[in-house]
Design a protein around this ligand. Structure first.
Ligand code: ADP
Ligand code: MG
Length: 349
């Protein structure tokens, strides 16, 4: 899209760094009570009174984490914020502010950066967070985006990865594997496009999985749902690298084992049909696909009646003693050890 010759292209060097920051941030609104000072000074000032603060950062690097040939910039901006908010919600906290740092090469005109900011602003608006600062610099090659998210939580409500106990239920939100299958479809279309640029892909049959890849939503609603249900998970983590790897993280940090039931893993019908088309095993994809941004948690057995039948929460297994290890119980009732094949940005490099 940034190569489109019909689009206006204003060089960012025309504005200069400060002009660019002003231009991009002039309309930002502050809605959080905890924001005392947002953009414009040497640092933002926040006041959280008696709350505990959670803070988390993610870095997204072009060609490593995203590919602009099919990722529209506004979706990228939106996703960059979602990735961070997901980590805040995984602490059972409310996200309140973000800061955004970008490094941009002169390959990008102002209009491209504006698109990115459309995505940042949309995310901030829908998730009710303030953008309170950032940094802007140049890059010699691609685009780099670093978002830091800040959230607040009552001291007694924080949920760590380390609290799972034997007999707790293993619970997951939403469904798994869709973002990865969306990625497979987009990759295939990119290859088709290289051979025949006039080919218009029909992505309709893949609308859900493509949306899960391009426009993921962090599970803000789950933090509220758990509060309404009066359920405090014993442990929680967000699913960025794949279910298998996140179960291993929870178990290691909690010093427990787990049994995961293959037939309980929630899959969207589009994931199942696309896996068939690509000749992939849907369980493997759900276990290792990644980028789902769902929440994986453990809850004590006595809370089961409170979550039973809730369409957002699926019980997929239970926690065991550490000695039992971590296993997938297949449909054929065989025990297969869980291994972390999660996405790893250092592999093959
Ligand atoms: P400094 O020289 O102290 O780093 P800057 O001139 O970089 O200050 O930033 C001025 C203000 O604009 C600060 O409040 C900073 O947090 C904010 N800011 C800078 N870049 C961005 C950006 N890309 N997005 C949002 N806010 C930004
Ligand atoms: Mg700066």
């Amino acid at each position: 899209m940034i190569e489109d010759k019909n689009q206006p292209r204003t060089s960012i060097s025309e504005l200069g760094e400060f002009g660019l920051i002003d231009h991009l941030t002039q309309n930002f609104e502050i809605t959080q009570k905890s924001t005392v000072k947002g953009i414009g000074d040497d640092a933002a000032v926040l006041d959280f009174k008696s709350k505990q603060i959670v803070i988390t950062t993610d870095l997204l690097v072009e060609h490593v984490h995203f590919d602009l040939s099919y990722m529209p910039l506004k979706h990228l901006g939106y996703k960059a914020i979602m990735v961070n908010l997901s980590d805040v919600y995984a602490m059972n906290a409310t996200a309140t502010q973000v800061t955004i740092a970008i490094a941009v090469s002169n390959r990008f005109p102002l209009e491209a950066i504006e698109e990115l900011y459309v995505g940042f602003e949309a995310a901030a608006k829908f998730y009710d967070i303030d953008i309170v600062g950032g940094d802007t610099t140049s890059s010699t090659t691609g685009l780099i985006i670093s978002v830091t998210a800040i959230g607040e939580v009552n001291k007694n409500d924080v949920v760590y990865r380390s609290g799972a106990k034997p007999n707790d239920l293993l619970v997951v939100t939403g469904d798994l594997g869709a973002a990865y299958m969306g990625f497979q479809v987009l990759q295939r279309e990119k290859e088709v496009f290289k051979v025949n640029p006039n080919n218009q892909p029909d992505l309709d049959p893949y609308s859900y999985i493509v949306e899960r890849q391009l426009k993921p939503e962090a599970r803000k609603d789950i933090v509220k749902l758990l509060k309404d249900l009066k359920v405090k998970p014993t442990s929680m983590i967000d699913i960025s690298d794949g279910l298998s790897s996140e179960i291993i993280h929870l178990c290691k940090q909690s010093a427990v084992g787990a049994e995961l039931y293959e037939d309980k893993i929630p899959l969207d019908p589009q994931v199942i049909s696309t896996c068939e088309e690509f000749n992939l095993d849907s369980t493997t994809i759900a276990l290792n696909g990644g980028e789902d941004y769902e929440l994986l948690m453990t809850i004590s057995q006595e809370d089961f009646p409170k979550i039973k039948g809730n369409p957002n929460l699926t019980v997929i297994g239970y926690i065991t003693d550490k000695e039992k290890g971590m296993h997938l119980v297949t449909r054929g009732e065989t025990l297969v050890p869980l291994i972390a094949k999660g996405w790893n940005s250092f592999k093959d490099q």
